[in-house]
Design a protein around this ligand. Structure first.
Ligand SMILES: N[C@@H](CCC(=O)N[C@@H](CS)C(=O)NCC(=O)O)C(=O)O
Length: 211
């Protein structure tokens, strides 16, 4: 049985899609239409009771339902691709940056911008929620920017943390949030990676590479 990957183009699952492309394993892609509420339908909830993407069903049928666990599992399972660093110190750096991108910049920042109505049904209050999200995102990138100082990747080579950082940088680009210099450099470097351009083309963002 092939792995099954449940994803939505241009969402946080894009980070996992990049890692799947990097490992070169065959998988079946299943689209989950978040706007249509597919994540809350009974058949999907049976696969992932949390109603979130990404979900990766392994060849043994076990469903991994969280960005960090999926990324960590891919890193451990495909060691030749060096998606995890060799030293404990670098492993800690990878975990710290990946957690910060997924749980703070995405989980506390972008969710306030993209899903404002989940925080308040009051339209006046919603502007404050969005502004707070914007502040968290900008502060988050400022923090990461200092860590990236004079580095091309989060550690000395591409790792799972770069895929997590990429998807929040991609969102910033989509909604015109300026990235600080080192994050912008990281983002460009990622856009130049073959796996990233392939995934973005597959997900319908090929026009970004036309010219
Ligand atoms: N902590 C989860 C968060 C995943 C997440 O929030 N995914 C969003 C899309 S980027 C989602 O599934 N949203 C659907 C919803 O909240 O209804 C993870 O790391 O996988």
């Amino acid at each position: 049985m092939n792995m099954k990957f449940y994803m939505t183009p241009g969402s946080c699952s894009t980070g996992i899609h990049i890692l799947l492309e990097e490992v070169g394993e065959i998988f079946e892609a299943h689209l989950v239409n978040l706007l249509a509420g597919d994540q809350n339908k009974e058949d999907y909830r049976q696969i992932n009771p949390k109603g979130t993407i990404p979900t990766l069903i392994r060849k043994d049928g076990f469903a991994l339902t969280d960005f960090i666990s999926i990324a960590w599992w891919l890193g451990k399972t495909y060691p030749k691709q060096r998606l995890l660093p060799a030293s404990l110190e670098d492993e800690l750096q990878v975990l710290e940056t990946m957690n910060y991108a997924v749980n703070t910049i995405h989980g506390q920042g972008f969710t306030r911008i993209f899903t404002t109505d989940k925080y308040s049904s009051d339209e006046n209050e919603q502007e404050n929620v969005k502004a707070r999200g914007n502040y968290i995102v900008r502060q988050g990138f400022e923090y990461i920017d200092k860590q990236l100082h004079s580095k091309d990747y989060v550690t000395d080579h591409f790792s799972i943390a770069d895929a997590a950082l990429f998807y929040v940088e991609f969102w910033a680009d989509r909604i015109d949030i300026d990235l600080p210099a080192n994050c912008q450099h990281h983002y460009q470097r990622m856009l130049n990676r073959l796996s990233v351009s392939q995934v973005l083309s597959e997900e319908g963002y090929g026009a970004m590479f036309a010219n």
